[in-house]
Design a protein around this ligand. Structure first.
Ligand SMILES: Nc1ncnc2c1ncn2[C@@H]1O[C@H](COP(=O)(O)OP(=O)(O)O)[C@@H](O)[C@H]1O
Ligand SMILES: O=C(CO)[C@@H](O)[C@H](O)COP(=O)(O)O
Length: 477
């Protein structure tokens, strides 16, 4: 379609992430940012999806509306379990990627199927984050609800369906057409019941007890349909895959994202099947692979530390830079929310190495940043262990904007760091996808860079962290 009429000049991308919904509206030809908007999401690891729908509509309004937009795509937090009944109604609140109640269900599924078999069939080994384990938890803990499940979708799938006008009768113009549910490869690959041969219905039935309607998996450049107002709707994607697309990540690029989750991932053609489960062999949003590790404790580690010290993020960063690398021996192993990598769902955080001399505001601030980055550096090692080449790190996510995080990252990671200009790269990836669906041509928009930092590794940081991680009890009580 030529970019001639007034609508075709703009495309929109959505990031429905854990803490907020963000929308960018970009020029379809040049990629220039025209408008943007955002709205907050409720906290917690169990959320009524209606809150995400409401936040998305608010974010659209904040961005000046979609009247002049030709195409839109939605990216969202991965793995969240949304269960629908035959009338298209949400049966219970969604369980998010960072809800760890299904840890035992993950172990049960592994005991039945085996780690090698899971990795071979789906590219992943179940942990509490993945959708399959949440379905097993539902089957065991809420069997009446499980029995009513007619369809299972992820956040971006459900928002895409609602945006196209589908939903419960009375709440949507087109009604509860479950056969119109769609997803894409990247989000399907985070369910632990999708793999190289499509949906693995045996694994679905093992998890939920029966096989419900599952969303049709669209190609990266396909359209899911149109909104009732005629806006083309792209396939959408999981947030990390969308970020890789938004950054145009290519060989040698490893993305490190410090949002609610910490993630380390790269785009590759290699088939990843890690039976240890450390690296997830996800799919990307272009038809390739996205090996990824995720931690449950990233930017909120700094939020809680700043609150403890009674400072804002800028002051937390200034304090941290007053301390020496290694925080004079103070170490934070930041498993506040349990942990996924390493897989310790019941773990708690621990400070160690404290003395009268190093128990200062500066050391505490620095130890928080060092601790969260060391978990991601371990993740980078694991991703490289799968054959991924890292020439540089692209550092993104809310906490990546903090100069102290950037500076300390250069002391923790052993490859150069590039900080793209402040932006919403997940939403940008979705906007690129919308443009791709609109014109059939994947855009190559420029990427602005804020900072480039040479690696300045200080071994003490990771050495003492590794020791502390092994010796901390990580158990509540
Ligand atoms: N300058 C900063 N320093 C440290 N953390 C920050 C800074 N700015 C934002 N954050 C934190 O980043 C997080 C939001 O990042 P974002 O990537 O948008 O998360 P998500 O996509 O998971 O919603 C919040 O926890 C916020 O407090
Ligand atoms: O679970 C994962 C990836 O496997 C997380 O990355 C979620 O996709 C949430 O992302 P953010 O809200 O932190 O961006």
């Amino acid at each position: 379609m030529p970019l001639a009429d007034h609508r075709a000049r703009l495309v929109a991308g959505v990031d429905s992430s854990t803490q907020a919904c963000k929308v960018v509206i970009r020029d379809a030809s040049t990629g220039a940012l025209v408008r943007s908007g955002r709205a907050a999401h409720p906290g917690g690891t169990e959320v009524d999806p209606a809150a995400w729908w409401g936040a998305m509509l608010s974010a659209f309004a904040d961005a000046g509306g979609l009247d002049d937009v030709a195409a839109i795509s939605i990216a969202a937090q991965q793995h969240g379990m949304i269960v629908l009944d035959a009338e298209g109604c949400v049966i219970r609140d969604a369980l998010l990627w960072n809800d760890t109640r299904s840890a035992q269900a993950a172990l049960d599924l592994i005991a039945e199927v085996g780690t090698d078999e899971y990795a071979r069939r789906t590219g992943v080994v179940p942990v509490a984050s993945f959708t399959a384990t949440k379905l097993r938890w539902l089957r065991d803990a809420e069997p009446d609800a499980a029995a009513r499940v007619a369809a299972v979708v992820l956040p971006h799938d459900w928002l895409t369906w609602r945006l196209r006008g589908f939903g419960p009768a009375g709440e949507s113009p087109l009604g509860p057409r479950l056969d119109e549910l769609t997803t894409d490869r990247s989000d399907a690959s985070g369910t632990a019941y999708w793999g190289p041969n499509g949906y693995d219905l045996d694994l679905v039935a093992r998890a939920l007890g029966h096989v419900p309607v599952l969303p049709r998996v669209l190609a990266p450049n396909a359209a899911a349909g149109r909104t009732p107002d005629g806006i083309l709707v792209g396939a959408g994607a999981g947030d990390n895959a969308a970020a890789a697309l938004g950054l145009d990540a290519s060989a040698g690029d490893v993305v490190v994202s410090i949002g609610t989750s910490g993630t380390v991932f790269a785009v590759t053609d290699a088939v990843i099947a890690d039976p240890s489960g450390t690296v997830a062999g996800f799919a990307d949003a272009t038809g390739r692979g996205l090996p990824l590790i995720a931690t449950l404790n990233a930017a909120p580690v700094l939020d809680v530390t700043a609150a403890l010290l009674g400072v804002d993020h800028a002051e937390l960063g200034r304090l941290a830079l007053e301390a020496v690398p290694g925080s004079s021996g103070a170490v934070l192993v930041p498993y506040f929310e349990g942990e996924r990598t390493p897989n310790l769902p019941d773990a708690t955080a621990s400070f160690s190495g404290l003395t009268f001399a190093n128990t200062t505001r500066a050391s505490v601030a620095r130890a928080a940043i060092e601790g969260l980055l060391c978990g991601l550096a371990d993740g980078l090692d694991a991703v490289r262990g799968q054959g991924v080449y890292a020439a540089r790190i692209l550092l993104i996510g809310g906490a990546a904007q903090n100069p102290a995080v950037q500076g300390i990252a250069a002391q923790v990671f052993d490859v150069p760091i590039v900080v793209p200009a402040r932006g919403e790269y997940v939403a940008d990836g979705a906007a690129r996808q919308a443009r791709w669906a609109l014109t059939g041509e994947r855009p190559s928009w420029p990427l602005d860079i804020d900072a480039e930092l040479a690696s300045d590794t200080r071994e003490v940081i990771r050495t003492q962290y590794a020791r502390a991680r092994l010796t901390s009890a990580h158990r509540p009580g």
